[in-house]
Design a protein around this ligand. Structure first.
Ligand code: BGC
Length: 737
């Protein structure tokens, strides 16, 4: 990146830094001096937890099992989504919880700064676990800088419903990709001595009716889809916390579902941390505690108003909830504090370094932006020769879109963005970054509000770049894959006027593109974060060769999805009518009666649906172009535990190819045609070849056997498919096992 473009992009950040430097981090209770043998760091965390719990009164125990309220309601709040008040006399600090899906939330309103990273979907599109680690590391560091000790991020609800309003917070439709990326994210985050969280457990795969919907799904289907992503994240990532979701699963609320919380999470996966409820997602006291919920959020500072407050104390005193279970709940929280360094290395409070975060954000964006179409090598643009570029639509003169809801990060220099407020464009200006790249070109902007005027504006320019957007937010789904505000008409009009029309999509997930045959290039930029401007310009002008691949299938239209309409979607209620779905924000609007969300597609989530049903997607899972080309050859599989193949850069530019390995299981398994079992990202100079071995875990070739309640590797023929997307696998090999 040139010094100039970095400076251009960093002016806003520097201003923000100046502001935060003047504002101290909010005061809160500082950890007390060490107070007993449990402060001996050399002892195992479980032993330290037992020692300190032995000193606690029942009221102190109960205090750890519920938050003291959301945001600034609690006296000891740091301004985050909740605080679990600690026990100073025993040296246990307050746990300060903050939303932090793609950056620390609610910083702006408190005079602080937080980096907006690319959306989680963009992070997944890098397919690079080291970048997932880096994304988690930035968030962990900035949480700690701001005196938070628990992250509320780590979203991994599977994108089986691409119109889910939180798709941008999640990691795509494949459980192995999503779980692997999240495990690394958690490790990066927790390396900062902040407790990581994985959410929303489980099946909160749509926002519509999230507080009243009952998800129906068979055990095998559940374990092999959404729960597999969570299993990988929990067992490989080792998060300190798991947040149970709002919805019901097979008849029981997720936060009082003993199958999910105890049988699977704690027993089958060996989770040692604590389960906290989503905000207002605790529906009972004894039932929830006995099912495996450990902590109620956001709870209430007044224990008489919390389900896990006085009511829990009474349930223990009456014997309804055994003391041993109460101690287990407390143990899980306290051992996590010891295990992850929250007690031994508490945060000291620092001003966030915006440049460090922005550098990582840029690297992730450059690796996650996906080149979807590039007819006649329209891209990259030649900065030395391009004369005029007409930029159109989506505030491309000033900013790029970010995701809403509890994942919303406040833009630098602004106050707090309101939950449920209008979409927020971050001050990361594509126009400035493009002008910095091509200083001799005439780069102009039209807001795109009038398609005919935009077409006339584009006609005279050498290149037209149309920016389109699809705002997403927690609490409401997208009614359709069609872009809002008639942006399709805008693209079509511009494409008809200028044969060199490039479309840049700022979307949380898939969008329909009825105009795709009429534009010369298309780029999926996602919500690319604070340095999205520079990352995008680097890709447009070829300083970065795109390497991102789609972590989710792009359907041609809603009709091709397993459920053409979102479950429960109804017209909004008449003003003044009572609505159902209380106990959480949004997600209940317009719904009066609970309803079932019946995932009849079973195992066929995402590309597995398109493969099994013989449907052609607009862009398949795993797809993404480069400015160079790659050739695959020489697949060798002697057993089922690894495959070896050669990949060559057959073009003229250096690049990095994500090589994907899929497996077809023996017919007796009755599985969809193929599943992702491994991948590698290989950097290649022009003309260079590399021979690559991808290891395959037997579990990823297994099915979940409901009779034995365990994974099973069936005997028979396994076919490996290797290539650059789920629909381009030039190499196949079959082995018997
Ligand atoms: C969301 C969670 C979030 C929590 C706290 C809930 O509405 O579903 O993801 O962490 O609020 O803000």
């Amino acid at each position: 990146m040139s010094r100039r473009s970095r400076w251009t992009s960093s002016v806003g950040l520097a201003a923000a830094l100046a502001i935060v430097a003047l504002v101290p981090v909010f005061g809160q209770q500082r950890p007390q001096a060490p107070a007993g043998p449990w402060m001996d760091k050399s002892l195992p965390p479980d032993q330290r937890a037992d020692m300190v719990i032995a000193q606690m009164t029942i009221d102190e125990k109960i205090q750890l099992l519920h938050g003291a309220g959301g945001f600034d309601q609690a006296p000891r709040s740091n301004g985050g989504a909740s605080v679990i008040e600690g026990i100073p006399r025993l040296g246990l600090p307050d746990l300060q919880l903050a939303d932090s899906a793609v950056g620390v939330r609610a910083a702006g309103g408190r005079g602080r700064y937080a980096t907006l990273l690319p959306s989680s979907e963009a992070e997944a599109a890098t397919w690079d676990p080291t970048l997932a680690w880096a994304q988690g590391d930035v968030i962990g560091r900035e949480l700690r800088d701001q005196m938070y000790t628990v992250s509320l991020g780590g979203g991994v609800d599977l994108v089986r419903e691409p119109r889910n309003g939180r798709t941008f917070e999640y990691l795509g439709e494949d459980p192995v990709l999503a779980g692997t990326m999240l495990a690394e994210f958690v490790k990066g985050l927790q390396s900062n001595h902040v407790i990581g969280d994985v959410k929303h457990y489980a099946f909160n795969d749509q926002e519509t009716g999230r507080n009243i919907g009952n998800v129906k799904h068979g055990t095998r289907e559940a374990r092999e889809t959404d729960l597999l992503a969570l299993e990988i994240a929990v067992t490989d990532g080792g998060p300190g916390a798991v947040m149970c979701s709002y919805n019901k699963y097979n008849g029981d609320w997720a936060c009082e579902n003993s199958y999910l919380l105890t049988d699977v999470l704690k027993h089958a996966w060996g989770f040692k941390g604590f389960v906290m409820s989503d905000w207002g997602g605790t529906h009972s006291t004894a039932k929830a505690a006995l099912a495996g919920l450990d902590n109620e959020e956001p709870g209430n500072a007044d224990p008489s108003r919390a389900r896990f407050g006085d009511a829990l104390k009474q349930a223990v005193e009456s014997g309804e909830v055994p003391m041993a279970r109460l101690d287990d709940m407390v143990h899980r929280i306290v051992r996590t504090e010891f295990a992850l360094g929250v007690v031994d290395d508490p945060p000291k409070g620092r001003v966030v370094d915006p440049f460090r975060g922005a550098d990582t954000a840029q690297q992730i964006a450059e690796n996650g932006i996906v080149l979807l179409k590039n007819a006649n090598a329209q891209l990259p643009l030649n900065a030395a020769t391009v004369k005029s570029i007409a930029l159109i639509g989506s505030h491309a003169d000033t900013g790029l879109l970010s995701g809403g809801g509890s994942a919303q990060v406040d833009p630098p220099g602004s106050g707090e963005s309101r939950f449920g407020g209008p979409p927020v464009w971050f001050p990361t200006s594509p126009m400035n970054a493009i002008r910095a790249k091509a200083p001799r070109a005439n780069v102009t902007f039209n807001d795109g509000s009038d398609p005919a005027a935009a077409a006339a504006f584009a006609k005279g320019a050498e290149i037209a770049i149309v920016f389109v957007n699809q705002p997403e937010s927690e609490g409401r789904d997208l009614p359709t894959l069609t872009l809002p505000d008639d942006q399709d008409a805008l693209v079509s009009a511009v494409a008809a006027a200028n044969p060199h029309t490039i479309v840049v999509l700022e979307t949380g997930g898939p969008a329909a593109m009825p105009w795709i045959d009429h534009v010369s290039a298309a780029i999926e930029a996602w919500y690319p974060g604070i340095r999205g401007d520079v990352a995008l310009a680097n890709i447009l002008f070829g300083d970065v060769n795109p390497s991102g691949k789609l972590p989710v299938t792009f359907a041609k239209s809603d009709a091709d999805l397993p459920h053409p309409q979102i479950f429960g979607l109804r017209p909004p209620p008449a003003p003044g009518t009572a609505t159902a779905g209380r106990g959480g924000r949004g997600g209940g609007r317009g719904f009066f009666q609970p309803f079932d969300i019946d995932y009849t597609e079973g195992l066929k989530v995402g590309y597995k649906w398109f493969d099994a049903e013989g449907k052609t997607p607009l862009f398949p899972f795993g797809y993404g172009l480069s400015y160079t080309t790659y050739a695959y050859s020489g697949l060798h599989a002697s057993g089922i535990d690894s495959v070896t193949f050669t990949i060559r850069n057959t073009g003229k530019r250096a690049g990095a190819e994500i090589a994907e390995v899929y497996a077809g299981l023996p017919a007796a398994a009755q599985e969809p045609p193929k599943r992702l079992v491994g991948w590698d990202k290989i950097a290649l100079a022009p003309g260079e070849s590399k021979t690559v071995t991808v290891k395959i875990e037997p579990k990823l070739l297994s099915i979940f056997n409901e009779q034995t309640n365990d994974w099973e590797l069936l005997p028979g023929e396994y076919t490996f498919f290797v290539g650059g997307s789920s629909r381009s696998t030039p190499l196949t090999a079959t082995v018997k096992h």
